[in-house]
Design a protein around this ligand. Structure first.
Ligand code: GUN
Length: 294
């Protein structure tokens, strides 16, 4: 029998913990955490993600500010907005949703964010802190994955973990977190240029699929008893549904699940944990600011 990891339930428990903390903050007359989000362009997934982030803030009692720009916005306009948010004492943390349109350098924008307000954990300073094990902001999806693994008491020490995908947002950082002291996994990162991915996956105790290719991971690539974490969220057409699309994971769930000890579903696995991780980082950002400004 396999266990389907319920990310939705864990995320809901964590949201409750955060909402309780916000109640305490209110009672003490302290400043309510305030997250800002910048959204550029018309990417439908990005619009959904950002709308969810705003909704999540409302649910736990945070304040939120959404700033939108059209797809033709120049880079310097965005840099100016980032500078403004960096020095706005009312904003505890903010994010710039990516991808950004081609005329804007993502790296330049990310590097312009004050690392203390970078609740996405994308700034090189926060990435450096993560790599060296110093406290900073962890990127939301890797943070959520680690939390799921911990809450389900999944053994990682000495286990062979294969991460599929090397993105700055998921694959690379989760590979670093899982190999760190305390998690102690032996991590392999495979990517588009890796030979014999199938053979490498077959040896894995834990598979983290983060490549964005629906049903890439098939039953014959998975060892009996493996733990499979599916980070895929590709929109595919789904005639007959209200929206006309559904989210597809990177794992062929129906056929892979019977071979697993634990597996995450899509939706309802990693996604809700990503969302709640941003709230956790924002709460930390607000508290840090309280500590430094009194
Ligand atoms: N695009 C996809 N995931 C993320 C995320 O976690 N944060 C931001 N800012 N953009 C994203």
């Amino acid at each position: 029998m396999y266990i389907v990891i319920n990310g939705k339930e864990i995320a809901s428990l964590i949201r409750k913990e955060i909402a309780d903390e916000v109640d305490r903050i209110k009672k003490e007359g302290k400043k309510i955490p305030h997250l800002a989000a910048i959204l550029v362009g018309n990417d439908p997934s990005s619009h959904t993600y950002v709308a969810n982030k705003v909704k999540d803030c409302e649910e736990v009692g945070f304040r939120s500010t959404l700033i939108t720009y059209d797809a033709s916005t120049a880079e310097n306009i965005l840099l100016e907005k980032v500078a403004e948010l960096n020095s706005d004492d009312d904003i505890d943390g903010f994010i710039v949703q990516i991808p950004l349109p081609d005329q804007i350098s993502e790296n330049k924008i990310i590097e312009s964010i004050n690392p203390l307000k970078d609740v996405d954990g994308f700034h090189p300073v926060n990435i450096g802190k993560m790599v060296t094990g110093l406290p900073g902001y962890l990127p939301a999806t890797p943070y959520g994955i680690v939390e799921l693994i911990k809450r389900y008491k999944i053994e990682t020490s000495g286990k062979s973990c294969v991460v599929i995908g090397r993105s700055n947002i998921v694959g690379r950082p989760v590979s670093i977190l899982l190999s760190q002291k305390g998690m102690d996994a032996t991590v392999t990162v495979v990517h588009s240029r890796t030979r014999n991915i199938s053979d490498i996956l077959k040896e894995a105790d834990i598979i983290i699929a983060a490549l964005g290719s629906p049903s890439f991971v098939k039953a014959e690539m998975v060892k009996e008893g493996a733990v499979v974490i599916d980070v895929g969220t590709t929109r595919i057409e789904a005639p007959g549904t209200r929206s006309g699309w559904r989210l597809a994971g990177d794992v062929d769930f129906v056929n892979v699940a019977p071979k697993c000890s634990f597996i995450t579903p899509v939706p309802g696995g990693v996604g809700p944990m990503t969302r709640v991780s941003l709230l956790r980082n924002t709460l930390v950002a607000a508290k840090r600011k309280q500590e430094t400004t009194g």
